[in-house]
Design a protein. Structure first.
Length: 171
């Protein structure tokens, strides 16, 4: 779907039937090869129903705020989904040049407007990880679980389970 808007927008939105939305501003900014790379990136999000998954993980993270590891997981999940979408676009075009130049152009013209509905966007998350991946696709992303946050989450979860078991036994 193409919308008439001066900002460079590339998102996949919709929970049940995701759709790719591109703006006329984006189409004016990018070359045909760069636009194709962005479309492949968004196709990955569409085919994997990432807007729905992002929504559900964000919902869990915000409603279960007292389990802090969920916020960390939400952030890392989004980064990995962006990297996987980048990898898909690179494989489809057999080069990272188009995707990298599209990302840099979009970052140069500025941040996209905040969108308040479920979506997966091309250029609004994990930029440093994505640039590092584009420069060296064989490098590994370090995933270090924060021990303190994980331990606190286990304690909170255990406490909640104990309360529920106590309520079931003595109800």
């Amino acid at each position: 779907m193409v919308i008439s808007h001066p900002a460079a927008i590339a998102i996949t939105m919709g929970l049940v039937r995701p759709r790719i939305v591109l703006s006329t501003g984006l189409m004016k900014l990018l070359t045909d090869d760069e636009l194709t790379a962005v479309i492949y990136h968004e196709m990955y999000h569409k085919e994997n129903h990432d807007p729905l998954k992002n929504f559900l993980i964000s919902l869990c993270s915000s409603t279960l705020w007292y389990i802090p590891i969920l916020k960390w997981f939400n952030q890392k999940y989004r980064i990995f989904k962006e990297l996987l979408a980048d990898e898909f676009a690179i494989e489809k075009q057999a080069t990272s040049l188009n995707l990298g130049s599209a990302l840099l152009k979009m970052l140069k013209v500025g941040k996209q407007e905040k969108i308040l509905f479920a979506h997966a966007s091309f250029a609004d998350t994990s930029v440093n990880y994505r640039i590092k991946y584009l420069l060296n696709p064989f490098s590994e992303i370090q995933l270090r679980i924060p021990v303190r946050v994980a331990f606190l989450s286990i304690l909170v979860f255990s406490f909640i389970c104990t309360l529920f078991m106590y309520a079931l036994v003595y109800a």
